[in-house]
Design a binder for this molecule. Structure first.
Ligand code: MN
Length: 289
């Protein structure tokens, strides 16, 4: 049973990611940039990385801190090892997800464990509500085999990383921000169907096709989102309807906005400037885990 959508959202705008580098020089495309943090609240950042040139990723992300939000890394292809100051360690592989709640703070590294081949994936930053910003750090590796999947009519396969799709509960749920994180595969060739998903109108939503082209089938118009672009969906209606070209794959991300002040200084995201200064001070004093 797919959810019924009677008034599907239209496309608001297309965003082309900005080429940049982070960590020790990993090349990536920053899709959700600082200027879109209010618009796409509770999401703070989305990076897409993908390269078969080792020089683009081999240096990785050596030790660095985080406080006040969650990082969600979805690896499409490749291997990355995570280590953090809380004593957690894990290997993130093809199709797997790592969900990390930085909370009051930790220091971690994210380093490639391959010297050649393709490395491709996404890192999303999800904000924490003010009363949870200093919670205990938390971490979970979800191997590909443990990510629930929904098989829908029209040869659509949905990997449910967070939230719920049809009758399938995702690997992760969160109160307040109610994140939805889906990887939708349109596997049907010419026979591919329409993917519809119910969503409250006030939840902010984005789509990002990483294979093929996606059509946002709104109530009154249809607009396409080319591969490697983010489509921001309007806050309206009762859901979204998407159609992909043959073999298309897209991530679909939505969540309930927190509507709280956002104060960011690099890897620290708090509500006020004073809290940011405290974060820097605590980090320098070695008070993170
Ligand atoms: Mn990090």
């Amino acid at each position: 049973m797919t959810s019924s959508v009677t008034q599907a959202r239209r496309l608001e705008r297309l965003v082309r990611g900005q080429d940049t580098s982070d960590g020790a020089g990993v090349k990536l495309k920053r899709v959700l940039t600082h200027d879109l943090q209010q618009r796409l609240d509770p999401f703070l950042m989305l990076d897409a990385f993908g390269s078969d040139t080792p020089g683009d990723y081999i240096a990785g992300f050596p030790d660095h801190p985080h406080r006040g939000f969650e990082t969600v890394t979805y690896m499409i292809a490749g291997r990355m090892r995570h280590r953090d100051s809380g004593g957690h360690e894990g290997l993130l592989e093809n199709g797997g997800v790592q969900w990390m709640t930085a909370g009051r703070g930790l220091v971690h590294s994210e380093m490639p464990e391959q010297e050649e081949g393709v490395m491709e994936g996404f890192q999303l930053w999800l904000n924490l509500p003010s009363q949870r910003k200093l919670c205990d750090p938390w971490y979970r590796d979800i191997p590909s085999s443990e990510i629930p999947e929904a098989h829908l009519p029209g040869h659509i396969r949905v990997r449910v990383i967070a939230g719920r799709c049809a009758d399938v509960a995702g690997a992760i749920t969160r109160e307040q921000t109610e994140p939805l994180y889906l990887d939708v595969h349109f596997d049907g060739g010419d026979d591919t169907g329409l993917f519809s998903h119910a969503l409250p109108g006030h939840h902010n939503a984005l789509v990002y096709p990483y294979r093929g082209t996606l059509a946002v089938c709104g109530a009154t118009d249809t607009q396409s989102v080319p591969q490697g672009h983010m489509g921001v969906l309007r806050n309206e209606g009762d859901g979204l309807s998407l159609r992909g070209t043959s073999g298309a794959r897209a991530i679909v991300i939505a969540g309930q906005p927190l509507r709280e002040p956002i104060a960011q200084y690099g890897p620290f995201v708090m509500n006020t400037r004073e809290e940011l200064m405290q974060a820097v001070e605590d980090f320098r004093a070695g008070k993170f885990v």
